[in-house]
Design a protein around this ligand. Structure first.
Ligand code: COA
Ligand code: AMP
Length: 632
């Protein structure tokens, strides 16, 4: 076994040899000979001439090798009381049938299938069935509102939408179908078919001619075989927040993704075939795509699909129960989930009820793992607690601690070292690499390793402008940070207008657009302020139009409702304050970072480019009056 240093050096100095070797562990129809090449945009592409199918690698190949009777998925749904196990045999048969059903509806290679579903096995089945046909899925998180869904329908232009009659939150059932109907009405692109899985809790009304019932379709469908795709053909589009209102469709290709997923399952997570892995996330996010669905199956593991929360479904012992019940070896979630557990069960009474000796490691991502949560968790569980940093764009950890190769000591606040293939550099504003402990922009020197996005769906220019053109030869992550004297990476937060709320990535720009459209609002901004539970929460600061008499409470209620209806409850937008002025640069740019620093009580420097310095004490007073800290 290599040391971390050997493994990493090989991946950077000889990337083609390194990844060709990893690719051999998968079951290709035709093994790739072209390992790294460039596409028409000049982007690095992996395994272009390899022929394959991701669903085949994840299911058929295991069944063929005798893994058919092993559990592929443990579905555990405290919100409905349902527990269900699907073996590889059963999952393959259900996926093949649903693929057949989609095929009957005309879905062919390259078509898009949009999936808007809660955490039920049918969501996974729909993803894998789409992949089986060589089509491209785009899963939209259930917590997004109709308007967000409409934007994604217009961008991805799906032939078919797959949805369910409802999702279930702690205290309420959320009918999905009316949201889908509204979204289709709003969108310019109209999908030909909507396939609806009817759940017991809600029976959705169906539109004749367009809507089809999942169960009826499957009852008469013929199983479909895998369609061959090339390594560089897209597997999925996953929308993520950028700095503007329009979400970015991150494209993931088949070959690089499969190779990186399979490799990471052992290298990063130390998981071997037959073991149980649980990513407590949602299939609507990248963590769910990679580590609930694809990576565990590609590696022949059993994955847990959990439809519940860390607390209140029914209590703060839910995570410990699931770990114990299924023999989970590694648990992956966001720090916010553990902060919620600590808050609800400060003395860890629930933990005492369960034997957790199966649990070997806890992995965290989605937001920075704050040192207090890290220390608490480490002491509580007496297993390594590993922070690892990644993004929708990469699909797997850019930095982490290779538990399956050569574990290093963890340091609080750090996501340890770059993963093999990621040449991580800290750059100053001119693009010059910085030395130890100097903070700058965290960038990755190209070529990007397998699984990283080759483009934004339908818009390479946006990819180039947003990520590649700032520093020649580098991908900029949008995060700021530094490396210490041991090379450990510390990610300190976004350098753009993206915020992280309960591990969910959201755009303040998008919320600003919603606020600005209110008739009483003259000007506004949204900043992310520190929150003990969710990491960050959005806060709106608005200037009223002259002569506007609306009260602050009334306006806040309307703005909160608008963000909830247009973006979704998941934005957790609950607060908007009226201010007289907003600090800006002379060129008119609102100084959002400065506002956030004031709200968080951090020491700040007033930039020399500020137009109206007198606005600062005024804003600081308003923020302090509402309980936000006031520094300087
Ligand atoms: N469908 C519909 N609504 C949803 C939803 C879904 N799939 N997911 C969340 N929502 C709603 C919630 O009900 C909540 O609504 P409310 O404002 O009426 O209470 C709102 O969106 C915010 O949801 P959430 O951020 O999940 O907050 P919460 O207070 O319900 O729970 C945590 C807080 C910390 C327990 C929860 O965020 C959590 O478990 N996070 C884990 C992080 C995670 O999965 N990250 C993914 C990357 S690893
Ligand atoms: P997403 O694309 O939703 O996975 O969000 C990616 C962003 O979340 C990153 O750019 C970071 O800002 C943040 N993030 C994810 N994981 C970590 C981590 N371990 N430490 C710090 N920030 C993180």
């Amino acid at each position: 076994m290599n040391t971390y240093e050997q493994e990493y050096a090989l991946s950077i100095e000889h990337p083609e040899t390194f990844w060709a070797d990893k690719a051999r562990e998968l079951d290709w129809f035709k093994a790739p000979e072209q390992i790294l090449s460039q596409d028409e945009n000049g982007m690095d592409r992996w395994f272009a001439d390899g022929e394959m199918n991701t669903c085949h690698m994840a299911l058929d190949a295991h069944v063929a090798k005798g893994r058919g009777s092993q559990v592929a998925v443990f579905y555990d749904s405290p919100v409905t009381g349902i527990k269900q196990q699907l073996t590889y045999d059963e999952l393959l048969s259900q996926v093949s049938l649903f693929a057949g059903a989609l095929q009957e509806q005309g879905v062919v290679k390259g078509d898009r299938v949009l999936i808007y579903m809660p955490m039920i096995p049918q969501a996974m089945i729909a993803m894998l069935a789409t992949a089986r046909l060589g089509a491209i899925h785009s899963v939209v998180f259930g917590g997004f509102a109709a308007n967000e869904l409409a934007v994604r329908i217009d961008d991805a232009q799906p032939k078919v939408v797959v949805s369910a009659s409802c999702g279930i939150e702690v205290d309420r059932v959320i009918p999905y179908k009316p949201l889908l109907d509204d979204a289709v009405d709003m969108a310019e692109h109209k999908p030909e078919r909507c396939v609806i899985f009817q759940r017991e809790q809600v029976t959705a009304a169906m539109q004749a001619g367009r809507d089809l019932d999942w169960s009826q379709l499957v009852a008469t469908a013929q199983p479909a075989d895998c369609v061959t795709v090339n390594g560089t053909d897209p597997l999925y589009i996953l929308y993520t927040s950028g700095t503007t209102g329009k979400p970015k469709g991150v494209v993931r290709d088949n070959g690089g993704h499969a190779v990186a997923m399979k490799y990471s399952m052992k290298a990063v997570y130390d998981m071997d075939p037959g073991e149980v892995f649980w990513a407590a996330s949602d299939v609507g996010w990248v963590v769910g795509h990679s580590y609930i669905v694809y990576a565990p199956l590609l590696a022949g593991l059993s994955t847990v699909l959990y439809e519940g929360k860390p607390v209140n479904t029914p209590d703060a012992g839910a995570f410990w129960r699931v770990v114990n019940e299924y023999g989970v070896k590694a648990l992956f979630s966001a720090p916010t989930a553990f902060r919620a557990i600590r808050k609800a069960d400060p003395n860890s009474e629930y933990l005492k009820k369960y034997d957790l000796s199966c649990l070997k490691t806890v992995f965290l991502a989605g937001e920075r793992l704050d040192p207090p949560t890290y220390e608490w968790l480490k002491e509580l569980l007496s297993v390594p607690v590993v922070d690892h940093w990644w993004q929708t764009e990469t699909g797997w950890a850019i930095c982490g601690n290779l538990m399956g190769i050569d574990p290093k000591p963890c340091k609080a606040g750090s996501s340890t070292l770059p993963s093999p293939g990621f040449n991580v550099q800290i750059l100053d504003e001119a693009g010059t690499p910085l030395g130890p402990n100097e903070q700058g922009s965290v960038a990755i020197k190209r070529p990007l390793p397998p699984s990283c996005l080759p483009t934004i769906w339908g818009n390479f220019e946006r990819f180039q402008n947003g990520y590649l053109s700032t520093f020649d030869g580098y991908y900029v992550s949008g995060d700021g940070g530094y490396r210490d004297e041991d090379g450990y990476v510390f990610i300190m937060g976004r350098t753009d207008d993206v915020i992280n709320v309960a591990g969910h990535r959201l755009s303040t720009g998008e919320m600003e657009e919603v606020l600005a459209a209110h008739p009483a609002v003259a000007e506004c901004t949204v900043i992310g302020v520190a929150d003990e539970l969710k990491g960050q929460l959005p806060l709106g600061l608005v200037i009223l139009k002259d002569g506007e008499t609306m009260s602050e409470d009334e306006l806040q209620a309307e703005l909160v409702e608008r963000v909830r209806n247009q973006i979704g409850a998941v934005a957790s937008f609950k607060k908007a304050l009226v201010v007289e002025r907003l600090p800006k640069t002379r060129s008119g740019k609102i100084l959002r970072k400065l506002l956030r620093q004031i709200a968080d009580g951090e020491t700040y420097n007033v930039p020399s480019t500020i137009d109206d310095p007198a606005s600062l004490p005024e804003i600081a007073d308003v923020l302090a009056l509402h309980g936000y800290k006031k520094a300087n």
